[in-house]
Every structure is written in structure tokens, then in C-alpha cells.
Design a protein around this ligand. Sequence first.
Ligand code: UT7
Length: 336
Amino acid sequence: MKRTVIRGTGRYIPERLVTNQDLTQWMDTSDEWIKQRTGIEQRYWVKEEGGVGASDLGLEASKIALDRAGWKPEDLDLIIFATLSPDIFFPGSGCLLQHKLGLETTPALDIRQQCTGFIYGMATADAYIRSNMAKRILFVGSEVHSTGIDISTRGRDVAVLFGDGAGAVCLEGIDTDEDIGILTTVLHSQGKLADGLMLELPASRLNPRISVDIMNEARQFPKMNGQIIFKHAVRRLPEVTKETLEKANLSIDDIDLIIPHQANLRINQAFQNTMNLPDEKIFNNIQRYGNTTAGSIPIALDEVIEMNLVNKKNYTILFVAFGAGLTWGGVVYRFA
Ligand code: UT7
């Protein structure tokens, strides 16, 4: 049977370290508030003068993942690029990355599923592979948040949460009798709650799409109802864990590690408590990177592999995510 397996991973984090203390020069906040409410201690942002987009961070992560897979860009049948911060409004960052990889006509598509970008990306890749539409796929989750957030006190609820960064995963279709690779994917969305976390501009429903008046209202920055997002996240993560495990015909004891999206350490701790998980069964790195949205799970996966946590046959990881859309979902992956 056809299965989707990981051949290589990579991550790229820009150099500009921004601590919680650094943020206090622009907004009324404190290290104590941010750590207590979110667990975040620092994040990395691209250089202040601009010129670095999501595809640039994605390119660096991709080079590492391709190298570890032993692949050349020409080996790819498809690029899947997940981001909520595309380099430009259109075309998608996947096309820009395709060119930066030196490719001529390899197909590329963008996924706009925010924090659930990795989960939707894995489901899409798995569908392409299982239906023989592609054999070798590069998934990239990449965000440049720092150029698009309001770093004044007005935007502090959102600004302190987000970091820039990219993760990449090389996926290959193989024929095997073993129960390995992507075992199950579950996807959900709920557009009714789209305005719980959104970035409105530039908007095709507005004419003009962007104007000085609109910008004076700060509508070019993301808006979030933090408490609504929090409430739904702590409900949906356990719910989708249960659903994903049931679909895979597995129990939580069959899972060696859960890598949840990194939105807020308190969300992940509430999830951990609800699921009654020991500390060693859940991976968090939001303390160091903030919320890198589509980048968060592939960055974490790359770290987990680098830390040699995948240390036994059939090591099984559950990925779960929740975010703007609203969107949420789960993936079970088993290493050979
Ligand atoms: O992937 C999805 C991405 N988003 C999320 O996951 C967000 C989920 N929500 C959250 O993480 C939390 O709701 C936040 C961390 C955003 C906010 O925490 P909270 O405990 O819900 O705080 P709050 O919104 O109830 O605000 C409490 C106070 C307010 O002041 P007053 O009205 O009590 O005087 C805020 O103005 O904290 C204030 N505040 C801040 N203070 C210092 C909001 N942001 C900040 C800040 N620094 N950065």
C-alpha cells in the first residue's frame, strides 16, 4: 500500500533575537505579563529594514530538508507552502520559493490555513501521494509576522505572541506493507468564527482595498479576540486528539509524543491536563520562538528529530493544531 514518509526536515529562524524586555521599548508590557499569560520568553524577527519574506525563510529551511533527504530541487513533484504572511498578496509564496529553488515548471500551491497549515499540508500531501499524483513533495510552513504587527501598546495583545521562522519537510510516497508514515489526518474549519482572529487588509471586498483612512483605523494589523480563541483552542485540541486517535484505531498509549501547535504555553498546558499527559509526552518550544504559526509544528518536528527523541522503531507522533479560520486538525505519523 502507498504511504507517505518523511525523508528530511529543516528549520530556519532569523537572527534578530527580540526578548520580552526588548518589547517594552515600543509598548506598555512586561516580561512578567508575557511569561505568565503565554509562556513566551523571546522570539526571533527578520531584520527591521525589511526585504525578507516568507519564501526567503522557507528557502533556507528547504535547503536543509532537501539536503537531509539527499534530494535535489529537481526531484520534487510538488511544493506545498503554508503561510498567513505571504511575501506579496499574489502570486503565492510557493511559486516564489519554486523559482528561488532554481526550478522551471514544478507545481506549487499555497495553503492559507494559519496555525493549522502543517496539518492541512500533511493531509494534502498524503492525498497527492496516495492518489499517485506526486511521489516527492516539499512542504514548507513559513511566517514573517514581525513586519505586519502593531508594536505599539494598541496592538500589544497580538504583537507579543508572534515570531518569525520556517520549517520544511520532504515527504515521499513508498509502497510498503508496514503500518508506517502518515497514518491518519483529520481536518476541521468553522468560518462562523473567522473574525475571532483575522487580518482584514488588503481586502477585495473593499474599494479601494487599502487607503490612508483605513490605515488610520489600524485595520492593516491582525485583530484577535484572545479569550474566544483560547476558549475554543482548549476545547478543540482534546476533541480532535480523540477523533484522530479513533480514526487511526489507536489509543493515547500508542502515541510516543504529541507535538501541538505553539500558540500559547497555557493552551498547551490546559490541553495536557485535560488529556492527563505526562510532561515527556508533549513537546513545547514556544518559550524560545513565540507563535510561528504555519512554521511552529515543522520547526518543532525538526528539533525533536535533532534531539534524537525519535529513538525507537515505530515511534509515533500525534500532531494537533488549532488557529484562525477557525481551523483545527490532527495527524498521526509513525516512523519506520
Ligand atoms: O494560534 C492562535 C493564536 N492566538 C492565540 O492562541 C491566542 C489565545 N489567547 C491568548 O493567548 C490570551 O487570550 C492572550 C495571551 C492573548 C491574552 O491573555 P488573557 O489572559 O486572555 O488577557 P486579557 O485579554 O483578558 O487581558 C487582560 C489584561 C487587559 O487589561 P485590563 O483590561 O485588565 O486592564 C489587557 O489590556 O491584560 C492587558 N494586556 C496586556 N498587558 C500587558 C493585553 N495584552 C497585554 C500585553 N502586556 N502584551
